[in-house]
Design a protein around this ligand. Structure first.
Ligand code: MF3
Ligand code: CO
Length: 265
């Protein structure tokens, strides 16, 4: 069931969304080669708790998979061929030339915010930089379709068309999602699909749109039995961006916009 959020609920979601954006802004300014992914996680958790909020991912347990243990951290930090759900570790160091997807969820006032950005560390390969830029753009093109009267897969098709036009591949077995009082609500929001299909979008739907785009030919992200991290099948790099948005007439409202970005535009 897809819930329509009232303006009062959306007001609460603005708070969790803006805290989510602030966590990513903080990490964007602090991340340096040589840091461990655990250091990033500590910083994020401290910031969230200092703002009377709770990390959405910590202890999250997906239904129906007894193999997977509850998620043990605040962030997902996924490096290079890791697509999503990289678990922070005191042993994992981020290095110059890496691309690092940082995904964060914040729960406050009964509602979740969810957002991700892929950070580029120092000098990186040109083609990998293009992958990151195209993935960011594909999210923006998807968001532009999240308007009243459109259909769900208009978002998916916009993401897919842009990514494919550069020869990149779309990860198909991981999807975006509805969001609200639960981190994952209906509908699933795939990053591929046919325009003018899927449910009709209505004002007040809350969606986490999150393209995962890979450089090789892998269309799946695979994880080992019992493990969280999901990697490309061919070991090629993958990028990931995510925003929490509210469907509205004419233009979607993005709840997780960076304050750093706002200063620039
Ligand atoms: N943004 C991701 C998602 O929406 C992160 C979830 S991590 C988990 O699926 F631990 F909560 F699963
Ligand atoms: Co998400």
């Amino acid at each position: 069931m897809i819930t329509i959020k009232s303006e009062r609920e959306i007001e609460l979601m603005r708070e969790s969304g803006s805290l989510t954006a602030m966590v990513l802004d903080l990490l964007e300014q602090e991340i340096r080669p040589g840091m461990t992914t655990m250091q990033l996680d500590r910083m994020a958790e401290e910031f969230i708790r200092d703002h009377q909020a709770v990390p959405s991912f910590l202890n999250y347990a997906p239904e129906g998979d007894p193999d997977v243990t509850p998620y043990p951290a605040t962030l997902c930090v996924s490096i290079n061929e890791e697509v999503v759900h990289g678990v922070p570790s005191a042993k994992r160091i981020v290095r110059e030339g890496d691309i690092v997807s940082v995904d964060c969820g914040v729960y406050k006032g009964g509602y979740h915010g969810d957002a991700a950005r892929t950070f580029v560390l120092g000098a990186i390969d040109e083609k990998v930089q293009l992958l990151v830029d195209v993935t960011r753009e594909s999210l923006e093109l998807g968001i532009a379709q999240a308007i009243e009267g459109n259909r769900l897969h208009d978002i998916s098709a916009a993401v897919e068309t842009h990514a494919r036009s550069f020869g990149f591949s779309v990860i198909e077995n991981m999807v975006g999602h509805g969001i609200g009082s639960e981190l994952h609500e209906d509908p699933a929001v795939p990053n591929y699909g046919k325009r003018n299909t899927g449910v009709r979008l209505r004002t007040g739907m809350a969606l986490a749109i999150e393209p995962m785009i890979a450089m090789g030919r892998s269309r799946r992200a695979v994880s080992k039995r019992g493990g969280w991290v999901a990697v490309t099948e061919d070991g090629k790099p993958s990028a990931h961006f995510e925003h929490t948005v509210i469907v509205r007439a004419g233009k979607a409202e993005v709840l997780t916009r960076s304050l750093l970005e706002k200063k620039l535009s």
